[in-house]
Write a protein that binds this ligand. Structure first.
Ligand code: BG6
Length: 468
């Protein structure tokens, strides 16, 4: 539907930007920090940069926050490294790690920027991983203990909390992201998933108990799945994939129940988790205050191929590969691609907003959206008009969603500043701020404002009225 007049963005709209601890901070073993599963990988995958220095935000956060303030950010979404707070995941608290996030949060608050904290963004403590990670039920209580510490420390200053970043991608594409060792059976992944659901539920209860006026929500990667054609079996395959990729996570987080199609799929494929007494009651007892979601593009899938060739190689967060006998990955001929092969679908953003709003009726916060590209620094400038185009088209669709009646709280594109990609190195850049380093040569790590920085500053200053 087109509108003669669009609704304005809400006055308190959180115009923001995002990052995650392991991708931006560096200082991987400083001030008592323990190793995470990501640190344990070293260079990952071989041939790309490591995370030991990343963008050196740990040492340069004050300079970075000053740039965020100049950008005009109303909000900054970052993650707290569990291994800085509790180096081995469930033992002693590390005061130096706790102090770092106090410094960061204080700097944000002083700059008038609302902190939005992700509790866990892919970087599980390596010591917990050695004990089986999320497959071990003890991890649930370790997370609850971590939650108690950070709510107690930061709860008077941080009111917006996200539980687990992209739990669905860790289950579906954990090997690509680096959070799962190759060859894990599906049953183990879904047992881990069940435990993460429990951990999330406990965090929700603790947040509501310990953080005055605290708001908490899940942060999966949600993107609508389209059928390749209008053949009823393609539509069914898309419905199945929507259940497996999206609704399994949100029906549980919001309504405290396993999505029935997803559960049938888990039973059918021998991957249904063991559910202990009391689990379902705990899961049903919580309700988030909002839904945060990351959106890059929709997916297109088809019915299983008659030749059985349903599974392609090379999938990641945004490239559906298919699953034998369930659905086949397909591409959408109407969509362009990024340099890294991800489809670009701004209208799919609005479709996804509508689906989420219709289904859950909770306020929606976009915690990632953006374009990874090979930016070039020339004479201190980065002319990233392609990123501006991408962001403009997506922000325009948010305004359409707002006009559709969807309650949108804010928009935090990925990423505030250049950082290390999950599996494609520092050459795949997303930031408004360029960080001068190469894949293996750290250079001087100096910061430069890209063209998109100046453009987004204007968008924020006009609250989205000027997207030109
Ligand atoms: C999301 C993650 O999957 O996408 C981020 O939450 C990630 O951590 C972002 O960086 C972009 O993906 P990539 O693989 O290009 O870094």
């Amino acid at each position: 539907m087109q509108y003669r007049e669009l609704k304005a963005f809400p006055a308190d709209f959180l115009w923001g930007a995002s990052s995650s601890a392991y991708q931006v901070e560096g200082a991987w073993n400083e001030d008592g920090k323990g190793p995470s599963v990501i640190d344990a990988l070293g260079y990952y995958p071989p041939g790309t940069s490591d995370y030991t220095v990343a963008s050196d935000h740990y040492h340069r956060f004050a300079e970075d926050v000053a740039l965020f303030a100049e950008l005009g950010l109303k909000a900054y979404r970052f993650s707290i490294a569990w291994t800085r707070i509790i180096p081995d995941g469930d033992g002693e608290v590390n005061p130096a790690g706790v102090a770092f996030y106090h410094r960061l949060i204080d700097a944000l608050v002083a700059a008038g920027i609302t902190p939005i904290a992700t509790m866990y963004h892919f970087d599980l403590p390596a010591a917990l991983d050695a004990k089986g990670g999320w497959q071990n039920r003890e991890c649930v209580d370790a997370f609850a203990k971590f939650a108690e510490v950070i709510f107690g420390e930061y709860g008077d200053k941080v009111k917006h909390w996200l539980t687990i970043n992209e739990q669905n991608m860790m289950v579906l594409y954990g090997e690509a992201i680096g959070t799962v060792k190759p060859g894990q059976p599906k049953s183990a992944l879904y047992q881990a998933n069940h435990h993460m659901m429990l951990a999330q539920a406990k965090a929700n209860l603790l947040c509501h108990e310990l953080v005055p006026d605290g708001l908490i929500g899940p942060a999966p990667n949600i993107a609508l799945c389209y059928p390749e054609t209008c053949h009823p079996l393609d539509v069914l395959a898309a419905d199945d994939f929507n259940a497996i990729r999206n609704w399994l996570y949100l029906d549980m987080a919001v309504e405290g129940r396993y999505n029935s199609v997803a559960w049938a799929y888990l039973e059918e494929t021998g991957a249904a988790p063991q559910i202990a007494q009391g689990d379902l009651e705990l899961l049903a007892s919580v309700r988030p205050d909002f839904i945060a979601f990351n959106y890059y593009a929709t997916h297109t899938v088809a019915r299983p191929r008659s030749d059985g060739q349903d599974v392609a190689t090379g999938g990641d967060q945004q490239i559906a590969v298919g699953e034998k006998g369930i659905y086949a990955g397909a591409s959408n001929p109407f969509l362009p691609h990024t340099e890294f092969g991800w489809e670009i679908d701004p209208i799919g953003f609005r479709n996804t907003f509508r689906a989420l709003w219709d289904r859950y009726h909770l306020p929606l916060l976009v915690t990632e959206n953006g374009l990874g590209a090979f930016d070039k620094l020339e004479d201190g400038q980065v002319h990233d008009s392609y990123r501006i185009d991408y962001l403009r088209d997506h922000i325009a669709q948010i305004q359409l969603a707002v006009s559709d009646g969807v309650d949108v709280m804010g928009y935090c594109p990925w990423s505030a500043i250049d950082l290390v990609s999950t599996h494609q190195g520092v050459s795949k850049r997303y930031g408004f701020i360029y960080v001068r380093r190469d894949e293996f040569d750290l250079l001087d790590l100096a910061r430069f404002k890209k063209d998109s920085f100046h453009w987004y500053a204007k968008v924020i200053a006009t609250s989205g009225a000027d997207l030109s």
